[in-house]
Design a protein around this ligand. Structure first.
Ligand code: PHE
Length: 342
């Protein structure tokens, strides 16, 4: 092999590369170009293998030239590949033909839906809506409701204390709203008070440390226990349908006398017994009773002239019954698969 010959071959290789490179239109073709010229058994390697047959003096020059060529080819192929890669990336992120992300339309939480329905129902019966703070003093949460110091309801185990010295707690029920309302207005009173309550309970299928109640209070001349039963029955039937049954069981609350707990018949199993009603056919809703005259003393109501009834209502229990939800915790886990069903 003469140096003239090898120079010619180098020149041809250069021209061939430029021609081929001009034809490259995508990264696959750029890869092929790399293999053809720079591969282990490519055209450049062929020429390198001819170096050995050159006279020593010329070997050095030709070697340098080939190395230079190798560098140039490498750079050209790199540039081509970079160009096609960024074009491909850009095409991906600007593909206007792709469908857009689906839009989630927000809607009400199941507990809010139930609370709105409860409110609508009682508004129809002439009740208005009152509200009170979720952080209460022990006076409103206990004292003025005739729950004396040392009563088990005040126990650390049930109550979340915010500030023990200042006697500030998270309300354990909505009954303190009764006191706020009666402090601010004389009878006749007919209100409901929906809201969040807190108890230091261990969560399970029927207990959650945060839950909702709707309080009811009616005070006027001549209000009787039968009025309470009538209102609860009317509510139960408007919410669940005319075949709903209710029952009252004797109970005790310091702020009502006499007191009761009341249940709704279980519409899931129609009384046969199921998980939600624990096999009894009845679902416990909350407590109720005639307002204890002791409570009237705290709010300056004339207990000789007025009588009243009060009731609580467990919103989660009603929602569980209405939507056949077997576990109260599902309302608070915010699992979109659960929430989007309502
Ligand atoms: N506040 C009581 C509770 O949370 C329920 C109740 C309300 C009882 C009104 C009587 C009257 O258990």
């Amino acid at each position: 092999m003469t140096s003239l010959k090898i120079k010619k071959r180098i020149q041809e290789l250069k021209e061939g590369f430029l021609r081929d490179a001009a034809e490259v239109r995508d990264s696959k073709a750029a890869d092929a170009l790399r293999i053809r010229y720079l591969g282990r058994s490519g055209l450049l390697a062929d020429l390198f293998s001819l170096l050995g047959s050159l006279p020593t003096a010329e070997k050095k020059d030709a070697g340098r030239e080939l190395n230079e060529l190798k560098k140039q080819f490498q750079e050209s192929v790199d540039a081509l590949q970079a160009r096609f890669r960024s074009a491909a990336d850009a095409a991906c992120s600007f593909d206007y033909t792709l469908p857009g992300d689906p839009m989630w339309i927000g809607h009400k939480h199941p507990l809010q839906i139930v609370m709105s329905e409860i409110q609508a129902c009682f508004k129809n019966m002439g009740f208005s809506v009152a509200q009170g703070p979720e952080m209460e003093t022990e006076y409103y949460n206990f004292e003025a409701l005739n729950i004396p110091r040392g009563h088990p309801a005040r126990d650390m185990q049930d109550t979340f204390f915010i500030d023990e010295e200042k006697e500030i707690v998270l309300r354990t029920h909505t009954s303190p709203v009764q006191v706020h309302v009666m402090e601010n207005q004389q009878p006749p009173v007919r209100i409901i008070a929906p809201g969040r309550c807190y108890r230091n309970d261990t969560p399970d299928a029927t207990h959650s440390p945060v839950f909702h109640q709707v309080e009811g209070l009616c005070v006027d001349e001549g209000v009787a226990f039968s009025d309470l039963k009538g209102v609860i029955l009317a509510f139960a039937r408007s919410m669940f349908g005319s075949d709903m049954k209710i029952r009252f069981r004797p109970s005790f609350f310091p702020f009502t006398e006499p007191s009761a707990e009341y249940d709704f018949s279980c519409l899931i199993c129609r009384g046969k017994g199921c998980r939600v009603c624990g096999g009894s056919g009845w679902v416990e809703i909350s407590g109720a009773g005639m307002v204890n005259p002791e409570v009237f003393k705290y709010v300056n109501y004339d207990a000789e002239r007025y009588t009243g009834y009060a009731f609580g209502m467990g919103v989660e229990r009603i929602a569980m019954l209405l939507y056949e939800v077997p576990d109260i915790r599902m309302f608070f886990e915010n699992d979109i698969r659960f929430l989007k069903q309502f």
